[in-house]
Ligand binder design. Sequence first.
Ligand code: NAD
Ligand code: MG
Length: 403
Amino acid sequence: MSAPASPAAADCIQNVTILGATGSIGASTLDVLARHPERFRVFALSAHSRLDALLALCQQHRPALVSVPEAAASEFARRLREAGLKTEVCPGERGLCDIAAHNETHVVMAAIVGAAALPSVLAAACAGKRILLANKESLVMGGQLVLDAVRRHGATLLPVDSEHSAIFQCLPAAACIGEEAPGLRRIILTASGGPFRTLPASAFAQITPEQACAHPTWAMGRKISVDSATMMNKGLEVIEARWLFDLPGERIEAIIHPQSVVHSLVEYVDGSLLAQLGQPDMRTPIACALAWPQRIEAGVGSLDFTQLAALEFHAPDTERFPCLRLAYDALAAGGTAPTVLNAANEVAVEAFLARRLPFPGIAQTIRAVLDALPVAAADSLDALQEADRRAREAARKHLQQTP
Ligand code: NAD
Ligand code: MG
């Protein structure tokens, strides 16, 4: 690791807090940071499980702070002391919000999976941080709330989801997150189609968690891998795009592109289409968000066009993959409907991964919960968390009643 050239250079080093450091995005982020020690320092880390892996990261990166679940905090503090580390433990959800909003944190990588990320994303926004947003569920639930907080407190929100990073990179340089860019006709999100793109619906009931988690082009956490297999991932991304680019659902399209080389497209009113292309490697959008508007090395090689057989594009099949349609419906219903969709999906995916629910049961559960619960205004964190709680309860009840 090279030493900073001068005290002035040391002052320019950005302190990075990684929420969800032990996950797939956390690992890719640490990989990119390690390539730029003169620019970034790991300031704080968090993990929910796999605390052995977190301890190893603490030994390697020596963060000032870590956040772990409340119940694990004192034991983890003991292990840190035994390892001779001075890292301070900030327990539970409060601790996540504290490390996100800490006055020495410059950059927050929001890479926790699921609804659990929302409070810390809001805390980072309210503290005016530069937020690299991998977690899409927080925008699905609280898009309005998060963007209001970003604007009010002068925070910077940068997309990390590869499709949204692609779109952001194709927008005019002056474009602002949360505002419709001038001259835009529509945006097109590409989707790999997941591992069951060509599987007949009659075989869906036999799909196992292992098959669902074996994504053809991206290596990701288990929850997002199942979301990709059901195409709920693309549905969540449509809602995420609605907030990041301030467009109605009708102007956000999803298209199947099995090679995952074109990461998404923007169409302007004059008929021009701009796309961002590259290897399917999350280090590209992570590096892009870390350094934006500059560019830094991400460890990602060049794309060899001569090795690409063909680039295919197909319309999605919402008969076999009803989750995509459910997400558009929830977006149109507005209010807490996307929160309900997301919570029901999280419960159903967990049940599928635990072999308590067949693959087609995921969409059935979400539909039943959306039908059962009324839509309320999504105007406070409390309202969102209450809708989330009620949807989880309704989803569990539905699962109990399903043979
Ligand atoms: P992952 O499962 O690999 O890692 C999740 C991380 O969150 C872990 O560090 C885990 O300890 C932590 N976590 C889990 N539950 C938690 C809870 N209740 N409270 C606090 N922390 C908790 O997931 P991932 O694939 O890295 O995805 C993270 C987020 O990024 C997701 O929202 C996902 O949709 C999004 N994303 C991921 C990818 C990808 O390629 N992996 C791409 C785009 C977007
Ligand atoms: Mg994506």
